[in-house]
Structure formats: C-alpha cells, structure tokens
Design a binder for this molecule. Structure first.
Ligand SMILES: Nc1ncnc2c1ncn2[C@@H]1O[C@H](COP(=O)(O)OP(=O)(O)OP(=O)(O)O)[C@@H](O)[C@H]1O
Length: 248
C-alpha cells in the first residue's frame, strides 16, 4: 500500500532520513517507534509528501507521489488522511465546520456534504457536538474531530503522528479503539508513537527507527487494548504497581 524506496531527507546539513526502504501492506496497522529525534515524524510526513524527499521514491496505492506534479499530488492526497498530536483543528470553526472544510477543499459535491459530515461525526460518536467549538471539547473529543476530518474523503491510508501523546491513559485506550474500527473498514494505518504500550496494543508490524534509518521491522500479534472502566481506579492501580516494584 505504501512503499518507500531509498528515501532520504536532509534539513540543511543534517541527514534526518538516510536511504530508507519500507513496504507497508494494505490493511495493516503499522507502528513506527524509536528514540526522540530518530526521524519517526519525518518518515511519516514523507509518506504523503508533507516533506519532499531529496532522493528516493514514495508510492501509495500504486501511485508514485514523487513523480507527480502539484495538481496530481493534491488529488492523490485525498486518499491519505492524517492526524496529529495537537489535533490541528481550526479554533474559529465549529466541529461541523472543521470536518466540512476538508470536503470543500477536496471539491466534494456540496449537496452531499452535510450527510457526509454527520456520517463521520457519528462514526466517532460526536454527532451531538456538531455546533460546539474545539475549545469546548476535551482532548479526546478534539482528536475524534480530527479523525472525522481525516476520514471525510474516505481515505485508504490514515497517517497518525503521536495521536495519543496529549491524552490520558483511558482516553488513549478509547482512541485506539476508534483506530481499530477504522482499520476494520480496510483503511491502512501508520502510527508514530514513542509510547510502547500504544504500539504493542494495536500494531501487527512495527518499524524501529534509529538515527534516520530503519533499525528493524518486527511482526507481532497485537496485545489488544486494555480498557479501564474506572478512570480514577486506573491511576490508583498504576501507582500501587510502582509501589510494589519499589518494595521488591
Ligand atoms: N523542519 C525541520 N527543520 C530542521 N530540522 C528538522 C526539521 N524537522 C525535523 N528536523 C530534525 O530531524 C530530526 C528528526 O526529527 P523527527 O521529528 O522526525 O524525529 P522524531 O523521531 O519524530 O522525534 P520526536 O519523537 O522527538 O518527535 C530531529 O533531529 C529534528 O530536529
């Protein structure tokens, strides 16, 4: 679904990505993990050409993005959604407006916009918040709006850059559940995270990055998402665990 062939990227003299080749299969949830500065976010941004590689080829769903002109690239990007750590919502637009704008930019037929926006908000459980503004929402709800926006154009690929890093553990688990549902729709998901529990819970293949290179790619059985019904108890349980480790 996504193929990088010998992709490199420099920022001034700094080699952020060095000749990376990677193949992400259709329908998988692929994790990218590594130390801070290893090049994870840059690698993700190379997959939709938010960063233009200095060398190498990027192909998504059979289309070589690196061979496209800007008009062709705009068209190809409709099939690639993206979400970010800090949600990147427009503060002056309602929840509805934030989702609608991605349809407008993509030239989606006006008459069908309303039903598509509401369908996406329903998918993420926010249909009652259509007229709210981002400032009125929790972090988890904001990320759901960002997901609804990313899904509006029915992408085949969803790129996620540290999607849960600003969220508490319970909200993280709920968000990962939403990503699993999206995966079940057949969308290929790539998720950059420095949180090992996030990667372990939903990823079936994981690329470990180090110094701008692929250190290894691991196939694994996702552990599943541990959902805690009682948010306060989650914190108590975690703190007690730490105490036990200290006593040992
Ligand atoms: N636009 C940019 N201009 C200059 N340097 C950059 C730019 N973007 C990234 N870098 C540098 O490239 C390296 C890789 O950055 P990247 O954000 O991809 O790493 P990361 O593994 O995602 O790190 P983190 O987990 O801290 O977000 C870092 O040293 C970073 O400072």
């Amino acid at each position: 679904m996504i193929t990088l062939e010998n992709v490199s990227k420099k920022f001034n003299a700094f080699q952020a990505i060095s000749s990376v080749s990677l193949h992400i299969q259709p329908g998988e949830i692929h994790g990218i993990i590594g130390a801070s500065g290893a090049g994870k976010s840059t690698l993700l941004r190379l997959m939709n050409l938010l960063e233009i590689p200095d060398e190498g080829e990027v192909t998504v769903n059979g289309h070589t993005l690196t061979a496209m002109n800007s008009k062709q690239l705009r068209e190809a990007r409709k099939s690639i959604g993206m979400i970010f750590q800090h949600f990147n919502l427009a503060a002056n637009k309602t929840v509805y407006g934030n989702v609608a704008v991605s349809l407008e930019l993509a030239g989606f037929p006006k008459k069908q916009q309303r039903s598509r926006v509401m369908e996406c908000l329903q998918f993420v459980g926010l249909e009652d918040y259509a007229q709210s503004y981002p400032a009125q929402l929790s972090g988890g709800q904001k990320q759901r709006v960002a997901i609804a926006r990313a899904l509006a154009n029915k992408p085949q690929v969803l790129l996620c850059d540290e999607p849960t890093s600003a969220l508490d553990p319970r909200t993280t688990a709920e968000l990962l559940g939403v990503l699993e549902e999206i995966s079940r729709l057949g969308v290929t998901i790539v998720i950059v995270s420095h949180e090992m529990n996030v990667i372990k819970s939903i990823c079936s293949r994981v690329t470990v990055m180090a110094d701008g290179k692929v250190y290894d790619t691991i196939e694994r059985q996702p552990q599943g998402i541990v959902k805690k019904e009682n948010r306060a108890q989650y914190f108590v349980d975690e703190l007690k665990k730490d105490g036990e480790a200290g006593d040992a």
